[in-house]
Design a binder for this molecule. Sequence first.
Ligand SMILES: [Zn+2]
Length: 390
Amino acid sequence: MNMLYKISFIILSFVVIACSSVQPVTRCDGPDLKISSNFENARVNDCKIVDGKIKLSITPENEPINDSPWYAFKITSTTEKEVEVSISYQGGHQRYTPKASQNRINWQPLKYRVRNNVLHFKVAVSPTPTFIAGQELITNKDYDIWMKSLAKQPNVRHYTLGQSTQLRDIGALEVTGEGDEWIVVLGRQHPPEVTGALALFPFVNNLIADSQLSARFMQRFNILIVPDLNPDGVALGNWRHNANGVDLNRDWKAFKQVESRLVRDKLKAITQSGGKIVFAVDFHSTKKDIFYTMPSDYGLNPPLLVESWLAELRETVSPFVIREQPGHNSDKGIFKQFIADEYGVHGITYEMGDNTDRAVIKKLAVVASDSLMQKMLTTTPSEFKGKSLK
Ligand SMILES: [Zn+2]
């Protein structure tokens, strides 16, 4: 390439990256209303104001896709009033209860109905923007602030694992113990699965809390935490996929995506320098609270670790129901399966219900984290002897 071509290529590449890195802002203005999606995690694909009513539609990033329509936008009105909003789902069906917030901290679920695959609700609006979203907004910036706050502890390091498809930083936290055993905590492979994130924060906070149990745990175990593996999907308000339109939790076999490769390579680096992966947990959301586990007879070590951990948890949190669904499928490319097949140890998918009470999610995460630490501490390092897979 001559110099001119090289320069044009570089400029063009920047333009392509800049254009592809954000969801186009959808906005519409009426005489007294403004609707906009000009913020991270927003999603609206079409917008109209007809006779003072707000009519929106949303579409997925690509298809086929899991049926999880995500939406987020804000409404500003010149006067205080109530407006009618409708959201037409293209390529999906109702999943998330609409919620409103002015400060993005306190969210109010709204009464709604769905007719002919269109969501209808009313919301109070004012000159202060009202955010409307399918779940609470937890953005890439929120993860960054959280990781920085935890990294004030001397044994916790915050760093960038690498860059996503659209070159966003993927942050990680590393807690250094004295031994060679590593626990892996993963989150937000699927952007709208916010209740998974609402569980991950207290789960991790409790692992590294100022308690005797955490101190004992951190003395022995190292922890790798990658809480926001799909920052592009989060920024773009995607329904499920990364910026290439791929479900990351189906890529742990093919490793075609940079996001899953970054974690795979980090784990490889840990084991190559003498570390041992002993357990992994991956946070998600679905319709109900459920733990997807690997079967006790799959040949993982120690075989009963997860079964006995969840049995203890079940007793502690009763009457809250702990559902466990063991299963395996080596071909699907799911994270927990990769952990099992590659390292011979248990991985679980920790799923919180979309509508589970937020206080219950937090309480359960703390109890789950406590009982996991206790369970892990009762094992001896030799019990995590790795693969004895059939
Ligand atoms: Zn998920």
